[in-house]
Design a protein around this ligand. Structure first.
Ligand code: KIV
Length: 268
C-alpha cells in the first residue's frame, strides 16, 4: 500500500460515487502515520480528539491551534499516500471569517490537505469562504464534540422527524456551500443512509451505521488502548489480531467489504 499514489480529493469523490468504501482513522504522530498507510488507510484525520487521547483532557475543548499545528506536522512529515484532514480546534473559527481563514491556512501550511469544522447552519457561509480561497473543507454534523456541553453530553443526534429534517437541510447547505466531505457522528443508521444517498460528496460515519461512504474511528479506541467504557459503535480490532498493523489491516478490510460496522451490533 505504501507505493500507491497520494490519494486526491477527486479520487475520494470517485470512491464515494462508486460505492467503494473509504477507510479513515485518527492519527496524531509520524510513527502511526506510517503504520496506518502501510495497512491501507485512505484518510488520516488529525482529530482534536487528541485532546482526550493524547493530552488526557475530559473533552476536545482545550485543544489549541499550536497543538493542532504540531500534530499535523508530525503526521504530514511521515505521510506519503493518505489524504490528511486536520481539525479546526474549538475557538479557532467561531469568532470571524478572518480568524477562520487565518487558522485554516496555518493548518494547510502544516501539511493538511483539508480542514474540518463542526456544526451546521452558521458554518455554511464560512465553508463557502474557505473553499473559495482554495482550502478544502470537511464538515461534521450529528454529535459534534466541541458542543458537548451545549448538547447535554454524548447523545444520539437526529432522532425524530424534526431533528432528521434539520440534519438533512444542514448537510445540503454545507454541500451546496462547497464542503467536499462530511463526517456524521452518532446518528441513527437509517438517517445516515438516506443522508449519504442524498449527497454527491463522500459521507464518513462514526456511530452512524453501515450506509455511509466510509467509516472513521479514533485510533486508540479500535486498538483497545483507551480505558473506560467505550460507545457501542467502537469495535476492538486487536481481538484476533497478532499486531497493531494486523488490527489496522482488519479495520481497512472490514470497512471496505462492508463487514464493519454491523448495524445490529454497532448502530443506533
Ligand atoms: O477529533 C476526532 O477524532 C473526530 C472524530 C471523532 C470524527 O472528529
Amino acid at each position: 500500500m505504501a507505493d500507491r499514489p497520494r490519494l486526491t480529493l477527486h479520487r475520494l469523490r470517485q470512491m464515494g460515487a462508486a460505492g467503494e468504501k473509504i477507510a479513515m482513522l485518527t492519527c496524531y504522530d509520524a510513527a502511526f502515520a506510517q503504520v496506518l498507510e502501510e495497512a491501507g488507510v485512505d484518510v488520516l484525520l488529525v482529530g482534536d480528539s487528541l485532546g482526550m487521547v493524547i493530552q488526557g483532557n475530559p473533552s476536545t475543548l482545550g485543544v489549541s491551534m499550536a497543538d493542532m499545528i504540531y500534530h499535523t506536522k508530525c503526521v504530514s512529515n511521515a505521510s506519503r499516500t493518505a489524504w490528511i484532514i486536520a481539525d479546526m480546534p474549538f475557538g479557532s473559527y467561531q469568532e470571524s471569517p478572518e480568524q477562520a481563514i487565518r487558522h485554516a491556512a496555518l493548518l494547510m501550511q502544516a501539511g493538511a490537505h483539508m480542514v474540518k469544522l463542526e456544526g451546521g447552519g452558521w458554518t455554511a457561509p464560512l465553508v463557502r469562504l474557505l473553499v473559495e480561497r482554495g482550502i478544502p473543507v470537511c464538515a461534521h454534523l450529528g454529535f459534534t464534540p466541541q458542543s458537548v456541553h451545549a448538547l447535554g453530553g454524548y447523545r444520539i443526534q437526529g432522532q425524530g422527524p424534526q431533528a432528521a429534517e434539520t440534519l438533512h437541510r444542514q448537510a445540503g447547505e454545507l454541500a451546496e456551500a462547497g464542503a467536499q466531505m462530511l463526517i456524521l457522528e452518532l446518528v441513527p443508521a437509517a438517517l445516515a443512509r438516506s443522508l449519504t444517498a442524498s449527497l454527491a460528496i463522500p459521507v464518513i460515519g462514526i456511530g452512524a451505521g453501515s450506509g455511509c461512504s466510509g467509516q472513521v474511528l479514533v485510533l486508540h479506541d479500535m486498538l483497545d488502548v483507551t480505558r473506560g467504557k467505550l460507545p457501542r459503535f467502537v469495535r476492538n480490532f486487536m481481538t484476533g489480531s497478532g499486531s497493531v498493523q494486523d488490527a489496522v489491516r482488519s479495520f481497512v478490510r472490514d470497512v471496505k467489504s462492508g463487514v464493519f460496522p454491523d448495524d445490529a451490533q454497532h448502530g443506533y
